[in-house]
Design a protein around this ligand. Structure first.
Ligand code: SAM
Length: 339
């Protein structure tokens, strides 16, 4: 297993397979839309599988498929089967908005997918439509049920609470765990879109989210093996658990074990740093496996110690600004990096 400069084992790769999405969430995509990549610039499934076969030799064991919306890419189950066939990959999951999950859940499970994370930010149909700029909540709820039936469990539901937009639903989301065996996770809003939606007033730190969840009942730490950045708790007698992920108020950089691969073939060692290592030239001009392995190792070597965003007097510090760290260029939206 390869360790990075700060003694972290990098064994997890998040792979974006498309920058396209069937939703346009207000906190994820800019209102003016984004220019999509051309198909020729997107890695082919064979290229992704080759990168992963090589990455296994640097220690990658866990893979998550994301996007954009991964289920909009044609024949995604073919990729799932290819990855499942790679010796050394022990865990394969997908992050989806759930809109197409009802249609694909069974196929995905048959192809070997282990689990799904579903992003869901409102349980009110009209509000869901507004946040996602047109999404159908019913389709997502049917998708979650289909995933459960197909055994893609435990199902994780990710919610991003944003003040004034959906924060009055924090309690309802937490209550889902009373009867359903879900892991409902609250993720702090991160600065990826312009200041009109990302600003210090809209941001809610985990401490506040957690105290709002505690209005429902007492939380006790859940007995689970720590895997990933979430801290898990449960209500007494609940079927599921509640998780909190705090990229700003309590970073997990010290434990960060991941690399991201963008849809156009760039390895990004940190979500918040613009450093990227382009694998495509080597992939497409006859680079050997050894050369590609060295590029993967390089991305591990340059993985920064951490990001500097934090809370100051209860609010996100100045360097949380979406313009910060990018020389006054806005950060790429999440859909472009791969969330
Ligand atoms: N389309 C898939 C989905 O909806 O899960 C995968 C891609 S989406 C970019 C991945 C995750 O990024 C979602 O859970 C979404 O909530 C999260 N995300 C996007 N923008 C975010 C932001 N500004 N702050 C926090 N999370 C964000």
């Amino acid at each position: 297993m390869l360790k990075d400069t700060f003694n972290r084992t990098i064994d997890y790769m998040r792979i974006s397979i498309t920058d396209r999405c069937n939703l346009r969430c207000v906190y994820c995509m800019p209102s003016g839309g984004v220019k999509f990549l051309e198909h020729k610039d997107i890695l082919q499934y064979e290229e992704i599988a080759r990168i992963l076969r090589i990455a296994v030799h640097t220690g990658v064991r866990k893979v998550r498929i994301t996007g954009g919306e991964p289920l909009v890419r044609r024949n995604v189950t073919r990729l799932i089967k290819m990855i499942k066939g790679i010796e050394g990959i022990h865990q394969l999951s997908i992050t989806t908005n759930g809109i197409l999950l009802e249609r694909y859940a069974e196929e995905l499970a048959e192809a070997g997918l282990d689990r799904v994370n579903v992003s869901l930010d409102s349980l009110k149909p009209e509000r869901y439509r507004e946040i996602t700029r047109g999404g159908n909540l019913e389709a997502v709820l049917r998708g979650i049920e289909a995933a459960e039936r197909a055994g893609l469990t435990p199902i994780k539901i990710n919610m991003v609470p944003i003040r004034g937009l959906n924060d009055d639903e924090i309690g309802e989301f937490a209550k889902m765990t009373l009867t359903a065996p879900y892991q409902v996770r609250f993720i702090e809003f991160m600065p990826f879109v312009s200041e009109d939606i990302w600003n210090r007033e809209h941001f809610i730190p985990t401490g506040e989210i957690q105290s709002r969840v505690e209005h429902i009942g007492t939380l006790t730490p859940a007995k689970m093996k720590k895997a990933g950045p979430a801290l898990y708790f449960s209500f007494e007698g609940a079927a599921g658990v509640v998780g909190f992920i705090s990229p700003i108020s309590n970073h997990f950089c010290k434990e960060c074990n991941r690399l991201r691969l963008t849809a156009d073939g760039k390895l990004r060692p940190c979500l918040f740093s613009e450093t990227e290592i382009d694998l495509k030239p080597a992939l497409r001009s006859g680079g050997t496996d050894d050369e590609i392995r060295r590029l993967i190792e390089l991305s591990i070597v340059v993985k920064p110690k951490g990001h500097s965003m934090r809370l100051e007097d209860g609010f996100p510090s100045q360097d949380c600004s979406p313009m910060h760290m990018t020389q006054n260029r806005q950060r790429r939206p999440m859909s472009r990096i791969g969330g």
